[in-house]
Structure formats: structure tokens, C-alpha cells
Design a protein around this ligand. Sequence first.
Ligand code: FAD
Ligand code: DHB
Length: 393
Amino acid sequence: MSPENTRVAIIGAGPAGLLLSWALRDAGIDSIVVENRSQDYVLARIRAGVLEQSAVETLTRLGLGERIRTEGLEHDGIYLQFRGERHHVDFQELIGRSVTVYGQQEVVKDLIAAHNAAGSTIYYEAADVAVHDLESSAPRVTFTHAGEAHEITADFVVGADGFHGVCRASIPREAITLYDRSYPYAWLGILANVAPSTDELIYALHEDGFAMHSMRSPHVSRLYLQVDTADSLDQWPDERIWENLHARLGVPGWTLQEGEITDKSITPMRSFVASRLAYGSLFLAGDAGHIVPPTGAKGLNSAIADVTMLAAALAAHYADDDALLSGYGEAALRRQWRVQQFSQWMTDLLHRNRTDLQTMEFDYQSQLGRLDYVTGSVHAQRELAEQYSGLPF
Ligand code: FAD
Ligand code: DHB
């Protein structure tokens, strides 16, 4: 057994855990990160792609902005497409804000490079991770690493271990309520070695379902299709994917360029919020506490927002001011519920719901009416721009 001590024990080396540990280091607070996957696995995980302006500002402030500045793609707005017509919503013109396309994978790569250079303690491939004594002021984390049993005692434990992690599950059932909503469709996402066919992201509602054109670089495109929840990847050979992307994203006079598909995955869509992000000496951050359907591009940004607030609260605690830390759970949840309603709204607006044949066509026409309203009203566009480019944190 190797006993260790730190101020903050962080479970999970996703963007939330890695960024929290980095922000605490910046504030002179030591932490240890415990992750159950390998560093290579964490680096290879392909997920979100859009950073809000506030997220870019946080990363830049913490010295992580160099590659975002040189390789990130700053976008002034998005395209909304329906009835085969494409409409631009210009955030910069509407509210003077923008977003940056920069893959989650790149954020994680920058964080791991920074931690490795600084010599941070991160245990990868930790098995049987468990948290204990959360009601006390000396909580513990136990795990096995390279065949050896470890125990870390800390002032606080932070659950940044994602939706399937152990931390939220360690809060007694009677002390927590889980709010949940699933959607009757999923996203099939691809990465393709081809220059994007668009300058900014296209979100399209088509009779056949939702489609989106995003990107990762001037040479790599990221595209998504609404598929059925029961679909598997073998039902979606490359030809079928391109055929559907052409049909759903096509507008007259524009061509979607195809390229070699290098990654394919299907992601279920879920809205989920835990009723508390704080329990004794435990705090939850990122997907451990809440999940959004990806349509509003908020998952990664919410994780960054939580961690920014939590790092500031912990820094204040160690400077003898507990107000922020005792208010963290409530403040983060209030912000999260605003993000939840936006993600749910974007998702309902842009997907075909075929579960109820009675209302299906009515709902589709009503969605088109809503999209006509949004693209025709400067007030509605400002609201969209404000929420998409991100609430301050
Ligand atoms: P995670 O990234 O999930 O990190 C949690 C970490 O904890 C992981 O490294 C995990 O291995 C580790 N862990 C889990 N259990 C344990 C344990 N018991 N012990 C130790 N470590 C543990 N958002 C978007 O905005 N757009 C998208 O297109 C998009 N696509 C997504 C696709 C998928 C398949 C998934 C799962 C999510 C997607 N998201 C997307 C959401 C976004 O990626 C997440 O919101 C973001 O990763 C949250 O970061 P996090 O650090 O909180 O959690
Ligand atoms: C991407 C993912 C999203 O969920 C989104 O809303 C926009 C872009 C992406 O992976 O690029």
C-alpha cells in the first residue's frame, strides 16, 4: 500500500479533470488525478468540436491558448438549413461574439502535454477506483495501479469521471435525484480526410432527419447524421452515409465533397442532470453531473465552465473565503439548467421525431414554422447567438 496526501484528489482525466488539475496548479494548489484508461486511449477519444468564447478565454488565461490561436478556426456564426434553403446566423454582427472550432481531442492533447512538461501526478490505467469518507474532512481515494494498492487522502475529492464514473454513484441514493430525458434518435458521426465544403457549421433539418457539417481543420471534415437508436455501424457502410449526407445537406449550386472516412461512431442522445454537484467533501464537474444532447455543442463547454468555477472556489477556500465553494453546486446547476433548455430546444428543433405517427407531420411543419421565425427575426437570432456562443462563467 502506498499512502499519499494531496489537497484535491481528482477522478477522471477527461477535459474536466485535466483542466481542473491545471487550473489548481496555476493557483498553487496541489492535486492528483486518477484515471482508469491509458493515456493513449484518452488522447485518441474523438468527441466534441466547438469552443465557446469564454472557454477559449479560460484556456488562454491558463497558458493553453497557443495552438487554439494558430490552429483553431474562429467562426462568426452558423448556418441553419431547412426546406433545402441555407440561412446564415451571424453572431458577430448580432452580438459581437464568436465560437472556435477546435476538437476536444486537441484540448486534451494540449492539457496532457502541459501536465507532462510540468511533472503533474496523473495515474493512468488505475483499476478498482473507489472514493470513501465523503462526509468527513479527510476523504480517501483507493485504487490499484501497476499491481500495487494505492490510497490518497485529500481535503476534497472531485468527480470528473464522466457519466459512467464512480463518484456520482457514491452519493447515497436518498441524497440525490437524477433528472433524465432520452431522445428517440442517435447521432452517427464521421471524420473524413477532405477539406470542409463549408466555411461555417451547417445544422440541417431535412424530411429524412437531421444532418450537420462540421470540421476539424482545413483538411478534415466532421459530419453527423440522425440515425435510429437501434442502428449499428454495420448498417451504415460509407456509401450509405455519403448518400444520406448529400440528400440532407444538399442545396442547389453547392456540392458536398467526399473523402476517406477515418472514424465512425454512433452516440445516443440524452439530457441528464443530477440534483446536486456537491456532497460533503465531494464535488462533481462535467459529465459526471450532467449530460446534454450534442446539438447545441455544450458538453465540453459545460465541463470547462464547471471547472473554471470550481477552481476559483477552491482557490478562495484556501485563501480563507468559503462563500464560493459552498455556493459552487447551486451556481453550477443554475447555469447548467439554462444550458439544458438550450440544448433540448436545439435538439427538438432540428430532429425528426418519428415515434408518434399521429403527430409526426404536424410536428415537422411546426418545426419549419419555428425555423422560419428564427431566421426571420433579429430578436430570435440574437437569442440563439447569445446561447450558442455561450453564457458567461
Ligand atoms: P469525460 O470526457 O467523459 O471524461 C471522464 C474521464 O473519467 C474519462 O477519461 C474516463 O475514462 C474517466 N473515468 C470514468 N470512470 C472512471 C473511474 N471509475 N475511475 C477513473 N476514471 C474514470 N459534446 C459535444 O458538445 N459535441 C459532441 O459532438 C460530443 N460528442 C460526444 C461523443 C461521445 C461518444 C460522448 C461520450 C460525449 C460526447 N460529447 C459531445 C460530450 C463531451 O465530449 C463531454 O461533455 C465531455 O467529454 C465532458 O468532459 P468530462 O471531462 O466531464 O467527461
Ligand atoms: C461538433 C459537435 C457538436 O455537437 C456540435 O453541435 C457542433 C460541432 C463537432 O464535433 O464538430
